[in-house]
Design a protein around this ligand. Structure first.
Ligand code: HSE
Length: 402
């Protein structure tokens, strides 16, 4: 029997307890021994809940108990999760976490401590919830040089954009509905402004290239400025607007960004809708591959956390090598990122001026939007686009994968 402790009895923590109970027999067979939850740590009390008997409020009880071999950190946030995780690893315990903030900020350091102490720091649930993506990058795709990662990494924004597309509702209405259904947080900024997706693409990029990518260095735009008019134009161009976390290698330079894109209908991510997440990866020998599933939620996230616990049980006393060095990758300047831009300008801007500045463009008409001119540019660098657009009354510009 192996004893574990769960830090945090919120949505994911209660999911972890539920999954370990529900699939008890098959999980224990796969782990090779019985997994016993010895403690649950939370500041709150849960009268009448079965965890009441194993609930503790003081982390030192767990830290100082040599019988606890694995700590599941599902509290979220940096403090005190960082210190708790570090202390557990220093004490020779493995840590399994779903905490993307923690992993994005301190992943390299925590992996190093785990290695020094012959233990494991595992974080499959930190990106894509229940979707296997960390392990595939670390283990299954190691023969490849990854040249592209494109992810729909945030369920809240994908739900909002899908609803705006399917039902014609505006951003604020859909956001309110999402909050009422519990899909969106009361403070939705981290999701809608792209910060959540930014941390996730930072983790994937750090793992894919083996060195630290600071999320502060990743250019990030959210979806709060996307309007119904943009959605109408997307329909006219056979595209769909998605918030993408994108990392691409061009001429040995790694570019990484989070922004809404008009995604062409041939793209495999096109049908990733609602709260679902999808991660598309291109490897230089494998070619394209894609991972799809539930990127959030109690049981899907717990599924990935518990799978990490099973892995930690199987690798007691052995460090699973994960390459993520502390020295940082200098990302390419976003000004050099190239794509076709979708542009809306006021109709006081003549087509002659548009063509003088941008050369050949593709105009897009929508019966539903008046008083403006919309067009697609040729592929160009972001820096060149920014200079060219200065002489226009710009309403909107969205990058495209066209
Ligand atoms: N807020 C996140 C999302 C939860 O909407 O995808 C999972 O990280």
């Amino acid at each position: 029997m192996i004893n574990i402790a769960v830090l945090g009895y919120g949505t994911v923590g209660s999911g972890v307890v539920e999954v370990i109970e529900k699939n008890h027999d098959s999980i224990n067979i796969r782990a090779g021994q019985e997994i016993n939850i010895k403690y649950v740590l939370d500041l709150r009390d849960f009268p009448g809940d079965p965890v009441e008997k194993i609930l503790v409020h003081d982390y030192n009880v767990i830290l100082n108990d040599p019988e606890v071999k694995i700590v599941v950190e599902v509290m979220g946030g940096i403090n005190p999760a960082y210190q708790f995780t570090k202390d557990a690893l220093l004490a020779g315990k493995s840590v399994c976490t779903s905490n993307k903030e923690l992993v994005a900020k301190h992943g390299a350091e925590l992996l190093e401590i785990a290695k020094e102490h012959n233990t494991n720091f595992l974080f499959e649930a930190s990106v894509g919830g229940g979707i296997p993506i960390i392990r595939p990058i670390n283990q299954s795709l190691t023969a490849d040089k990854i040249t592209e990662i494109i992810g729909i990494l945030n369920g809240t924004t994908n739900y909002i954009l899908s609803k705006m597309t399917d039902e014609g509702e505006d951003f604020d209405t859909v956001l309110r509905q999402a909050q009422q259904k519990g899909y969106a947080e009361r403070n939705p900024e981290a999701d809608v402004e792209g910060h959540d997706a930014c941390r996730k693409i930072a983790i994937l990029t750090s793992l894919a290239y083996g060195r630290q990518v600071d999320y502060e260095d990743i250019y990030t735009e959210g979806i709060s400025k996307i309007t119904n008019a943009d959605i109408e134009y997307a329909k006219e161009t056979d595209t769909v607007i998605k918030l993408l976390g994108m990392t691409k290698v061009k001429d040995d330079v790694i570019y990484s960004m989070v922004a809404p894109f008009m995604l062409d209908k041939e793209h495999p991510l096109m049908n990733v809708n609602g709260v679902f997440n999808g991660i598309f990866i291109h490897g230089n020998v494998l070619g394209d591959t894609m991972f799809y599933g539930r990127g959030a939620g109690k049981l899907p996230t717990a599924s990935a956390v518990v799978a990490d616990v099973v892995d930690a049980v199987k690798h007691q006393g052995t460090n699973i090598m994960t390459i993520w060095e502390k020295d940082k990758i200098t990302l390419g300047d976003i000004k050099d990122f190239e794509c076709r831009f979708f542009v809306r300008v006021k109709d006081t801007n003549s087509k002659t001026h548009i063509e003088d500045v941008f050369g050949e463009v593709t105009y897009i008409n929508s019966d539903k939007v008046l008083g403006e001119v919309a067009f697609l540019t040729a592929s160009m660098k972001q820096g060149d686009f920014d200079k060219k657009i200065r002489s226009f009354d710009l309403i909107q510009r969205i990058r495209t994968t066209l």
